[in-house]
Design a protein around this ligand. Structure first.
Ligand SMILES: [Fe+2]
Length: 209
């Protein structure tokens, strides 16, 4: 039985709950769909730990950015079909850690030219194999991550102006808080982390296809 103190569907398609038991976290994930297994170990829970870049060996956002802000992105933008939901659960030891930033991508805020840009302008997406081409919005599914995507003609980039028009909110974390983000309609980012959070701001993540 999931011990949910505060589980509500927000208008923005973000769900929040408090889940004390890891098994219940997995159970909640299963109620949203099929979990994606993490690459290396075949486990469904990824552990995300904010750390300084110099201790990271494998190429990753932590290696590239360390405690600095992570850029706005769709999770797993390199997949032909990025996961529909991302479940995050705070399990770190520091209180009031740096929030996660969420960007609600609302097409109705865009000019006709900007809508054309997100639907028709083609980006090259680096994937595990040869890569593929895609616009930012296709079949109502968002894909945006400049770490793995490059505009064929970089001069055309309108994303700074487009992202500036979108509403942002902050997810404040406390122990066992769970948030479910719709990865097809929202982008997210991690702001710059305080040095005292090094190794202590820990999130569990389950991606749902
Ligand atoms: Fe992410």
């Amino acid at each position: 039985m999931i011990d949910i103190i505060n589980f509500k569907a927000m208008k923005t398609n973000i769900y929040e709950a408090e889940i004390k038991d890891e098994k219940d976290f997995v159970e909640l994930a299963l109620s949203f769909g099929k979990p994606m297994k993490s690459r290396q170990h075949g486990i469904i829970i990824d552990t995300l730990i904010a750390v300084e870049s110099n201790i990271v060996e494998k190429d990753s956002l932590s290696k590239r950015y360390g405690l600095e802000e992570f850029p706005i992105h769709t999770d797993c933008a390199y997949l032909k079909l990025p996961p529909k939901y991302i479940l995050l659960r705070y399990v770190g030891s520091i209180e009031n850690p740096t929030p996660t930033g969420i960007v609600h991508f609302d097409k109705s805020k865009l000019s006709d030219e900007e809508i054309d840009f997100i639907q028709k302008t083609i980006w090259f997406v680096k994937s595990k194999d040869i890569g593929f081409y895609s616009p930012i919005l296709k079949d109502n599914i968002l894909r945006y991550d400049k770490e793995v995507m490059k505009l064929v003609n970089p001069k055309e980039d309108k994303m700074i102006d487009i992202l500036a028009k979108m509403d942002r909110r902050e997810i404040q974390w406390y122990k066992n808080k769970v948030v479910v983000i719709n990865n097809h309609t929202h982008l997210h980012f991690r702001p710059k982390i305080k040095i005292e959070e090094n190794n202590k701001r820990i999130l569990q993540r389950i991606n749902i296809v």
